[in-house]
Design a protein around this ligand. Structure first.
Ligand SMILES: Nc1ncnc2c1ncn2[C@@H]1O[C@H](COP(=O)(O)OP(=O)(O)OP(=O)(O)O)[C@@H](O)[C@H]1O
Ligand SMILES: [Mg+2]
Length: 454
């Protein structure tokens, strides 16, 4: 018998009242596997895929059934490959709280006593739906590589480059707007490279105060400076044998750029406060959201270091340039959050919501998509996530009569204001973060009518 013709039904029956009755209606194609507790059901689901689950609410007091509600809901939402049917006594179904629970968590329900004429077709439908869901999720799992989702031509081209990049043991520079997946790419390079058993060390050059970066990267000896109570192994040394990911490399101060260049040329490091050169062997992947060539032209980034890092270049396209990827990503994120127990009653996206997501520009790229889907799971009160749950109602409406110029100005304003806020109104620092000169930033502030904040 072909596997898709088999109807293996998992039965959660804490009271054990249904075993005999179900055995009577079982057929060679439809078998019933019984679990006497939620934990046992969970275990069975881990061992095997069940298209359909029956949750029996027989001989249970209403209080007990409602008390178990949360745990059952978690089981149901966590087993996304299974369609669940509630099998319920009439007296329980008379309660409105219980009704709401059934509507929210279950694909369907069956009122006791068991009536094969009604129950078997109901199981049949549920199986059909589970098969469909499996086919769709199979399609999505194939939509991407290296743990990175995407099926657009832009991403397929990216995956083709990745194939070559993971195999070569050379420096990589990953470019891309914020939230496009630069760190995810660095992790994938590590996982698929010959250094996968070595360490994966991340240093965010933009997040560490300038005075600490040197000791963070190179380590220090005890007593090297005030406060150096103990010897510290720096990130480069820790990455020995593995991969060092330097995030926001454009923020590395010029003096340290010179030090890093020396490490890449000589394959040795010297801890702060020491004269001893220690040999190191690591692969370097650097990421930047600014155009480093521009930074080189403006004298903010050393040209020789740029060439050392940019041996292989990978540019992540912004999400708005990945046609067709938004629904794939949204669905994958939705299923992942659901499986992690952040479930809601929603079982997918409404067609309006999908349309709105496709039309939206995603300035924060995949990270923004994750945040919006997460928010929608919390907000949603219906079976399908709406445009409003995603917080996209206004942007879609506003965009309809917005010129490109207006949209750009509003985006620039958001970014400039938040950068000034993050840098406590220090224009030089904000300019550096934004990858523009101070003069350019002042000009933008003037044009956008942004006064330095107080
Ligand atoms: N194609 C993708 N498939 C699945 N998840 C993705 C994809 N792209 C990004 N993500 C997820 O989106 C989030 C943001 O990605 P990541 O941190 O790698 O972006 P980034 O480019 O480093 O952003 P930033 O410039 O803001 O540091 C992460 O949770 C990451 O796992
Ligand atoms: Mg990042």
């Amino acid at each position: 018998m072909r596997e898709e013709q088999m109807r293996d039904v998992l039965v959660l029956d804490p009271q054990g009242t249904m075993a005999e009755r179900l055995a009577e209606i079982a057929t060679p194609e439809s078998t019933f596997t019984h679990a006497r507790s939620i934990a046992e059901a969970r275990q069975l689901l881990q061992q095997k895929r069940y298209g359909v689950g029956l949750a029996i609410f027989d001989a249970l007091t209403l209080d007990f059934a409602l008390a178990q509600q949360q745990e059952i809901e978690r089981l149901v939402l966590g087993s996304s490959a299974t369609e669940w049917i509630a099998v319920v006594g009439r007296e329980l179904l008379a309660d409105t709280d219980f009704q709401a629970f059934v509507v929210r968590a279950f694909h369907d329900f069956h009122t006791l006593p068991i009536d094969p004429e009604r129950l078997l077709p109901c199981i049949g439908h549920a199986h059909g739906k589970a098969r469909l869901r499996l086919a769709l999720s199979g399609k999505n799992e194939a939509s991407g590589r290296f743990g990175i989702y995407g099926a657009s031509s832009a991403m397929c081209e990216f995956f083709r480059q990745m194939e070559k990049v993971v195999k070569a043991d050379l420096p990589v520079l990953v470019g891309g707007e914020t939230g496009t997946g630069k760190e995810l790419v660095a992790q994938a390079i590590h996982r698929h490279s010959q250094r996968s058993t070595g360490a994966f060390i991340v240093v965010n050059c933009g997040a560490i105060p300038t005075e600490l970066i040197q000791s963070e990267l190179f380590g220090h000896e005890k007593g090297a400076f005030t406060g150096a109570f103990q010897r510290k192994i720096g990130s480069i040394e820790a990455a020995n044998g593995g991969l060092l990911f330097l995030d926001e490399i454009g923020d590395l101060p010029l003096a340290l750029q010179a030090n890093l260049l020396r490490v890449l040329q000589e394959h040795t490091i010297t801890r702060v406060g020491s004269t001893q050169a220690i040999p190191v062997d690591f692969r370097i992947v650097a990421a930047t959201h600014v155009d480093l060539r521009e930074a080189v032209k403006c004298g903010r980034f050393r040209e020789d270091l740029y060439y050392r890092l940019n041996v292989l270049h990978m540019q992540l396209p912004p999400l708005r340039a990945r046609a067709g990827d938004v629904p794939i990503l949204a669905d994958a994120i939705f299923r992942k959050l659901n499986a992690a127990g952040r479930g809601s009653r929603a079982s997918g996206f409404s067609s309006e919501a999908l349309k709105a997501m496709n039309a939206y520009d995603w300035p924060g790229n995949v990270r923004e998509l994750i945040n919006r889907v997460h928010r929608a799971l919390i907000m949603s009160e219906n079976r399908l996530i709406s445009t409003a749950d995603l917080g996209l109602e206004d942007s879609v409406r506003v965009r309809e009569n917005l010129t490109l110029e207006d949209a750009r100005a509003s985006f620039d304003r958001d970014i400039v204001e938040s950068s000034l806020r993050a840098n406590r109104n220090n224009v030089s620092r904000a300019a550096r973060q934004l990858g523009v000169s101070r003069v350019t930033l002042y000009r933008m502030m003037n044009k956008l009518n942004i006064a330095p904040l107080h």
